[in-house]
Design a protein around this ligand. Structure first.
Ligand SMILES: Cc1cc2nc3c(=O)[nH]c(=O)nc-3n(C[C@H](O)[C@H](O)[C@H](O)COP(=O)(O)OP(=O)(O)OC[C@H]3O[C@@H](n4cnc5c(N)ncnc54)[C@H](O)[C@@H]3O)c2cc1C
Length: 339
């Protein structure tokens, strides 16, 4: 019989992220005893939020030392909770905070860790799925080694829904060495939500291609227009912004560029493989190295002047053969009218 530990941390306001609820739902599908381990300054509110999840125990590593992401304290707290729970299976969030500690924690416990897991099938044996070689090959595998630490990617399970209540949290004592505490986070510098164009939770991915910066029917480029149309669209829809490689590479070639675009926005073989329910590609040719990054976008549409572009060859559900400047201008006007 497995002891399944959900290992998570609280957000700065003490709440649980949607990703944590997804991990909880995935863990509940595994037969065994469920334990919840929470790390944060104060975890009572988070434990109460999921009090009805059926966990046999709620374990907490709490205090100011655990408020911030830091390898030393996070790894020590995670290790202590895994030991206190006597966990054989640990299901954790595949976030940047957890991804950097989980291999080390598994090593300390004499276990194994698998990262970037996209599915856990627990109908019979526990079989996890993950992608290799830049999302080209999918592997499904099991492990006999325990404890087995599994980091589940966001958006791969339905979040747990259930009753809140009052949970009894057992405090787990964590002894931190001076070395574990030597890093201090003094502040966070991040763009405001409106400047932040990569929005993993957005319903729509809006991709801009190099066509936005190319000469148009009048023989001129219209980069300033393009910038305004794209930013207005993002502001009105809160879509996430993706790009083709050609567009983000242009800045390196000294051409007129869209200043809010960086390599972080690049979608494709050498870029990201985002997950959104819908995607709209504009002024982008839809070549294979780009379109391969769309494999997790469920419904794909594209706007291109060229009826023979890559999207027309089975890569998009709908291709609008049209001028993206005109279409997006019209859509923005309609959306603005609705507000
Ligand atoms: C090893 C390797 C890895 C690569 N990895 C990636 C990757 O990760 N991601 C990626 O994106 N690419 C990648 N590429 C590059 C990829 O092959 C293409 O070169 C790139 O995606 C083309 O970008 P684009 O479609 O924006 O530009 P273009 O090919 O220049 O296409 C511009 C399009 O805009 C259209 N257009 C112009 N004006 C308008 C208008 N007014 N309205 C509507 N449409 C208009 C044109 O018809 C054209 O189809 C890779 C290539 C290689 C060799």
């Amino acid at each position: 019989m497995e002891t399944v530990l959900v290992l998570t941390y609280t957000e700065t306001d003490g709440s649980l992220a949607k990703h944590a609820l997804e991990v909880l739902a995935a863990a509940k599908a595994i037969k065994g005893t469920l334990v919840v381990g929470l790390i944060g300054e104060n975890v009572q509110a988070a434990a109460n939020r999921i009090a009805g999840c059926g966990a046999a125990r709620f374990l907490g590593a709490t205090g100011k030392d655990f408020a911030q992401a830091r390898y030393g304290s996070d790894a020590a707290a995670a290790e202590a909770i895994c030991r206190a729970a006597k966990a054989t299976i640990v299901i954790a969030l595949a976030t940047s905070r957890w991804n950097r500690i989980l291999a080390g924690v598994a090593h300390r416990l004499g276990g194994r860790a698998d990262m970037h897991v996209t599915d856990i099938d627990a109908a019979d044996a526990i079989v996890v799925t993950r992608w290799y070689y830049r999302q080209r090959m999918e592997a499904a595998f099991q492990r006999t080694q325990r404890p087995w630490v599994i980091a589940l990617e966001a958006g791969c399970a339905q979040p747990w829904k259930g009753d809140a209540g009052t949970a009894k949290v057992e405090t787990v004592t964590v002894t931190l060495s001076d070395a574990a505490k030597r890093t201090a986070v003094t502040g966070v510098k991040a763009p405001s939500a409106d400047q932040q164009t990569i929005r993993p939770d957005a319903k729509v991915l809006f991709v801009a291609g190099a066509g936005w910066t190319k000469k148009q029917a009048d023989g001129q480029t219209h980069v300033k227009d393009a910038e305004k149309l794209i930013l207005d669209f993002l502001g009105l829809t809160k879509a996430s912004l993706g790009s083709s490689k050609s567009l983000v590479d242009l800045s390196g070639e000294g051409q007129a560029v869209l200043p809010f675009m960086s390599h972080l926005n690049q979608v494709g073989q050498t870029g990201a493989t985002p997950r959104h329910p819908k995607g709209l590609s504009t002024c982008c040719h839809g070549e294979e190295p780009h379109a391969v990054g769309w494999r997790f976008i469920n419904e794909r549409r594209a706007i291109n002047l060229d009826a023979n572009c890559g999207w027309a060859r089975g890569k998009a559900d709908v291709l609008y053969v049209a001028d993206a400047f005109e279409v997006i201008r019209k859509i923005n006007a309609l959306l603005a009218g609705k507000k």
